[in-house]
Design a protein. Structure first.
Length: 490
């Protein structure tokens, strides 16, 4: 056997102490970019989580800004001065002070919302925005570092795969051609070239592995940093919004405290003090009519010539009823039911104008007056007829006093007449108005007494006295049954 035919044993590059089962595949089935993709996906998840917090803080900041504007609207509801504000005490401790407190605290709440929005935007939001930027940069680093190595590994694997396939082709050709191959196609050379490319591939894989492992190890620290940043940012966020909520709570508490401290009688006491000249003094005595003075209260025309109770005989039942009577300077004899000015408006039941009336003589406690009732107005008095009013006094002296006053009022010569009343006498029909009658009764015409006797003076003179009665009648002598005065008013 020749030396060339003998099989020689040469050193090989096989892995020491390794079996075929433990050998790695030249081109692993695993994707070298899987870990990188996983880390990129995780960074994207953290970035989105941070973006949510950025959006949340931004929305809260806008809400605080909006709340400040809304509280400005609330403030406008109490910004105007109180209507009828002079009714409230302007010093502290009252309603005016309460509204001043409400205004200041509401303005404070509005400002606190603006300040909170400014703090969130200037201090809290940047924390999460910076973290978001860090996450984006971390993804870029991963893409430029481990991601670039993955591309190199893929390129090396493709080169190794190409030469392994080429080696397979030429080893097969070697068996079929009986070893007649070109030098460049020698499987030995191709095998060495495969080893060269596998060496470069494995180097790229190991470098990429180290890079990915470094990224993997750094991710634990980076995520801890991310979580700590979340915690720090949210703690500051909580502090800001809690301070704002505490300010709001404190300001509302101050409002209610100011309101609760207001004495319940503070405004009333101030109101009474300010309007003491208008309000009623409870300690002042009540008014009494007796203490009231008014113009013409004591004018001579208001003072009765005589007033008191008399009994008058009724027209139908012929019984005597008691009434209150008064003779006024206006020469009226008024009849009232009572002398009470307060229970009912004192309107006279009957009113006799004495100059147009006839007064009979006194008979003990009795005397008579004949005339028209003027209490019903001018039209009613014209339509009414003269009536004889029979009066009864309490004593003869009272009767004489009443008679004297009435006779004095009726006997006076006057031109005064009631409004709308004519100058005619109630007994004008008793007199003849022929020529030559100068205020007296025609000769031979005498006025009869109730007994039918002619009225005559003690001297036989039939002329009337100035008071409307004869001298005997004025003195109480003569006919005591009462005769009518026959003197017609001039």
């Amino acid at each position: 056997m020749s030396a060339f035919s003998q099989q020689t044993t040469l050193p090989t590059r096989g892995a020491p102490n390794s079996s075929t089962d433990d050998m790695d595949e030249a081109i692993p089935d695993e994707d070298a970019s899987e870990a990188t993709k996983l880390f990129n996906e995780r960074l994207s998840a953290w970035r989105h989580a941070c973006g949510y917090l950025v959006d949340y803080i931004s929305a809260t900041e806008k809400m605080q800004q909006s709340q400040g504007k809304e509280y400005e609207k609330v403030l406008k509801t109490v910004s105007h001065p109180l209507k009828e504000g002079h009714h409230f005490d302007q010093s502290l401790g009252g309603v005016a002070g309460m509204f001043d407190n409400i205004r200041s605290n509401t303005a404070g709440i509005s400002n606190s919302h603006y300040d909170t929005a400014k703090t969130l935007k200037g201090s809290v939001l940047p924390i999460f925005e910076r973290l978001h930027t860090e996450l984006k940069n971390k993804a870029k680093e991963l893409t430029k570092g481990a991601g670039k190595g993955v591309k190199s590994v893929d390129k090396s694997r493709q080169a190794s795969q190409k030469h392994i396939e080429l080696l397979g082709q030429h080893t097969a050709a070697y068996d079929s051609t009986g070893g007649h191959l070109k030098a460049a196609e020698d499987p030995y050379i191709l095998q060495r070239q495969v080893y060269h490319r596998l060496s470069k591939q494995v180097l790229e894989e190991n470098n990429t592995r180290d890079d990915v492992l470094a990224v993997q190890n750094s991710f634990a620290h980076f995520e801890a940093h991310v979580v700590q940043t979340f915690q720090n940012g949210m703690a500051q966020f909580n502090q800001v919004v809690t301070n704002q909520a505490e300010q709001t709570r404190s300001m509302y508490g101050d409002m209610i405290g100011t309101t609760q401290r207001m004495p319940v009688d503070f405004e009333w006491n101030g109101f009474v003090k300010r309007n003491s000249n208008v309000l009623i003094d409870p300690s002042a005595p009540k008014r009494a009519v007796e203490n009231i003075a008014f113009p013409n209260q004591d004018h001579r025309s208001t003072q009765p010539l005589i007033a008191g109770s008399l009994e008058r005989r009724g027209k139908m039942l012929k019984r005597y009823d008691t009434g209150f009577y008064v003779v006024t300077p206006a020469k009226y004899l008024h009849e009232f039911k009572t002398d009470d000015d307060f229970a009912k408006d004192p309107s006279p039941e009957n009113s006799l104008y004495l100059p147009d009336s006839l007064i009979g003589a006194v008979d003990g406690v009795n005397f008579t007056v004949k005339g028209k009732d003027m209490s019903k107005g001018s039209i009613g008095s014209k339509l009414s007829m003269a009536h004889e009013f029979q009066f009864k006094a309490h004593t003869p002296q009272d009767a004489q006093r009443w008679h004297d006053v009435i006779a004095s009022a009726s006997g006076q010569t006057t031109m005064e007449m009631p409004q709308g009343s004519g100058p005619s006498s109630p007994v004008a029909s008793r007199y003849e108005t022929g020529a030559g009658a100068a205020g007296g009764m025609p000769a031979g015409n005498t006025m009869g007494s109730p007994t039918g006797n002619t009225m005559a003076s003690p001297t036989g003179d039939n002329s009337a006295s100035p008071s409307g009665y004869s001298a005997a009648e004025r003195g109480g002598a003569g006919n005591e049954h009462g005769v009518w005065a026959n003197e017609k008013r001039n």
